[in-house]
Design a protein around this ligand. Structure first.
Ligand code: ZN
Ligand code: ZN
Ligand code: ZN
Length: 538
């Protein structure tokens, strides 16, 4: 398959003599903003007037968008409709102004906010976001585009975030809004399915199909990736996610033992939504950091976090620790995570946890496996769910994933380890970290799907150039027809990769046979001596 051509704007930039200079400047700006972002992620808006608290909590989003500006994010794109003063009736700015007026300014003694209009205005906002992004993703023009009159898309998200925070930080106001907004508002806030857009839905379905297909090939994965990158342009749900997050958190935090039936129902629905959005890969990648931003109050309070964990949301915290602008804050929380939060997890939620741990290992070094967060997670999962989550994680490991869960599940079963104290886990994970490369290769090979093995022949089995068995297998691969399986050939393939012998001196290369090892010696010798010296020094 020919490599994908670079998009023209990227090609022009690389041709530009100043490209690397500019890139360096961008990286420097990013470096300055990252600490600012980490500081903002800890701002909890706990003191001052309501307005000050709202601004405090919005700080994180505002700093975040500075980063987005560096990469030319579509968050800053203007709407296609002209801006007017006063704004176009029923346009986006008209809706925003009215929502802000009703919620933030019209509430108070002697005032009568028109909460009954909120549901309509919010629906209209959601509709305009949807048609704008449908047009951005696949060019589908809708007549209502003439109502898309914002200056910067981010301002829409931020305005909604303020409204959400205003309701979140002032429980009586939220109660009044719910009473005035009635069933319609409840449906918008708590019942309507989140609209992530047709492209993201399609990407999700294709991705699942590829994952379930043992014969899936790199080409299938690339095709799925292509749909996915088109889907990334759709930010309709992302823009709403601060608001949705704030509101859901508000309902969850407002529930107390004295709450009435309505509040209990709202809290229950909000919890279900928030757990789903924050732990499902599709939803979370759609909603992104803005959801994490809005969810921070859940992470700040250990009792609420435990409740959230018990509802199946634990994976969200792990996911945000690996991949969000709140990494450091999440790490602090994970260090204090009570064991109780591990109970009642669903297989899906545990899969989110193991997925996050795999990604973390991929991002950093295998040493991560012997840090307290990792050890503690394995210990708690095993104590409550036995080998199931490890097996499930092992089955989903792709060829470039660390084989940690496959390794531990295999070792526990084979050696009959009992693993009942944290120390047992420390020891086993230490074995994983110190595993020689040939052993790792063997585990990876054992964990591959059939097509994974065919796809990645070059990376396994034998390091000798021109290994005769590898060449023979490559020829068989070329003749292979999808859907036609030959058990004899598959067994031969399996056998070739399953017992690599390592170079005894350096443990860095491995071979399918002693002959191949001898053939490769002249090539390998200089590297081998170097590796041995390094090993001695450390
Ligand atoms: Zn591959
Ligand atoms: Zn060989
Ligand atoms: Zn060697």
């Amino acid at each position: 398959m020919p490599p994908e051509p670079l998009p023209s704007h990227l090609r022009d930039r690389i041709m530009d003599d100043n490209f690397w200079g500019k890139l360096e400047a961008l990286a420097k700006m990013g470096e300055k903003i990252m600490p600012e972002l980490a500081a903002a992620s800890r701002k909890s808006g706990q003191s001052g007037t309501l307005d000050q608290r709202i601004e405090d909590r919005c700080e994180f989003a505002r700093v975040g968008v500075k980063l987005a500006a560096i990469t030319g994010s579509p968050l800053l794109s203007p709407g296609p409709a002209p801006r007017r003063n006063p704004p176009i009736p029923n346009g986006m700015m008209y809706c925003m102004n009215n929502i802000e007026k009703i919620v933030c300014r019209d509430y108070g003694p002697g005032k009568k906010p028109e909460f009954s209009k909120l549901a309509y205005l919010l629906r209209r906002t959601r509709h305009l976001l949807r048609i704008f992004y449908d047009c951005a993703v696949d060019g589908h023009a809708h007549p209502d585009l003439i109502f898309c009159d914002w200056e910067k898309m981010f301002d829409v998200g931020l305005a909604l975030h303020r409204v959400g925070l205003c309701l979140r930080l002032d429980p009586p106001r939220l109660r009044a809004a719910m009473a005035g907004g009635g069933k319609e508002l409840e449906a918008f806030l708590l019942d309507d399915e989140l609209d992530i857009g047709e492209f993201r839905k399609a990407a999700f379905i294709v991705e699942q199909r590829v994952a379930a297909d043992v014969e899936a090939e790199d080409a299938d994965r690339m095709a799925a990736g292509k749909i996915n990158s088109a889907a990334q342009k759709d930010l309709a749900a992302h823009i709403l996610s601060w608001f949705y997050g704030d509101i859901s958190v508000a309902f969850i935090m407002n529930e107390t033992s004295s709450s009435d039936a309505n509040e209990k129902r709202w809290a229950h629905k909000a919890m279900k939504r928030l757990v789903l959005w924050s732990t499902s890969t599709t939803y979370h990648s759609t909603l992104g950091d803005s959801l994490t931003d809005a969810m921070r109050p859940i992470y700040w309070s250990l009792p609420v976090l435990t409740k959230f964990g018990l509802a199946g949301g634990l994976g969200a915290l792990f996911g945000d620790w690996v991949n969000s602008a709140c990494k450091e804050m999440c790490e602090d929380v994970l260090k204090k995570l009570p064991d109780a939060a591990w109970q009642k997890q669903t297989p899906t939620s545990l899969r989110t946890v193991t997925r996050a741990l795999q990604l973390k290992l991929n991002q950093e070094t295998s040493e991560i496996a012997i840090t307290p967060i990792f050890i503690n997670a394995c210990f708690n999962m095993y104590k409550l769910y036995d080998l199931a989550p490890f097996r499930k994680a092992a089955k989903c490991e792709a060829h470039h994933d660390p084989v940690v869960f496959y390794y531990v599940a295999h070792r526990i079963k084979r050696d009959g380890l009992d693993m009942c104290i944290q120390q047992d886990w420390r020891r086993l994970l230490k074995d994983y970290v110190n595993m020689p490369r040939s052993v790792e290769q063997r585990y990876m090979w054992g964990n591959q799907t059939i097509s994974g093995r065919w796809d990645c022949l070059e990376f396994f089995g034998c390091d000798a150039d021109g290994c005769p068995e590898q060449t023979a297998l490559e020829e068989l691969r070329a003749k292979r027809v999808r859907g036609v399986r030959d058990p004899d050939i598959e067994e031969r393939l399996e056998r070739w990769g399953s017992k690599p012998r390592a170079c005894a001196a350096c443990a860095h290369t491995s071979y399918c046979s002693p002959t191949c090892q001898r053939t490769h010696w002249q090539t390998h010798k200089p590297e081998c001596l170097k590796k041995r010296k390094v090993a001695k020094r450390s």
